[in-house]
Design a protein around this ligand. Sequence first.
Ligand SMILES: [Zn+2]
Length: 300
Amino acid sequence: MSLSHKFKSTRRLIQDKCGNFLVINQLPINMSGLPEADLSMISRIHPIPVFTDNYIWTLIDDNQGLACVVDPGDASPVIEYLSAQDLQLSTIFITHHHPDHTGGLGALIEQFQPQVFGPSGSNIPGIETYVKEGDSLSLFGTDFVIFEVPGHTLDHIAYYAANQAATPWLFCGDTLFAAGCGRLFEGTPEMMQQSLQKLAVLPPETEVYCTHEYTLANLKFALAAETNNTTLQKRVAIEQSKRDEGEPTLPSSIGLELATNPFLRCDSAEVIQSIESLTGNSGGSKTEVFAALRRWKDNF
Ligand SMILES: [Zn+2]
């Protein structure tokens, strides 16, 4: 079975009671009228919670018993999960150099010898294949393209699967969060805004798998910036009930972020008004509004 096999059936994602995001496939029917066997595909996406609020997203091919983890900040919970599920780690995706995204690399490489992809602008020990804007790679029959999204750090990249016959997926580390965005540790507001814009134009149904469970705190800030946004008000109740049930609020979607994330809404009249009241300045550019919003959030 070739890894570049194009899966043309329909797929949708549901979440089971254990927190797995199950990819529901309708198998293509071959000439004999039976479903094709031996398909290499990502069948599940599972969040492994680590530290206080990180998720290590795990992309699983149940057919082959293989897994890929995104940003393994810690090795032990990954090893424990893979062992319980009887999976081998074949691949690692790294989005940027911060230790809570890379801390588990050494131990995982030693145990599994996976192929490790990471940003070409970084110097992270253990990365074997450096990728940059526009590069593509294939994982378990799914094609991913790379976006460079500097701002949080200068080396930050995102992994995007267009999934022609299914919902697209975006693994964006600490760039776009549910109702927020990463702090600007290395880049400028202009840089971060351009990076976010690259993600904002993806199909609205794109599922957004970011690294941190910051959603409720981000929503509190979003409401302060845009109090009268009714979609945002409804989202607060929805995400709160997920957390009350112990469920992740992720993945989010690009459409939901466009409607509720103040950092993607710097042209909203109410967000502009909030920034003008805060700074006492009016008539700022979109980037100035974004920069003021980010500074406000840093101290919120
Ligand atoms: Zn980070």
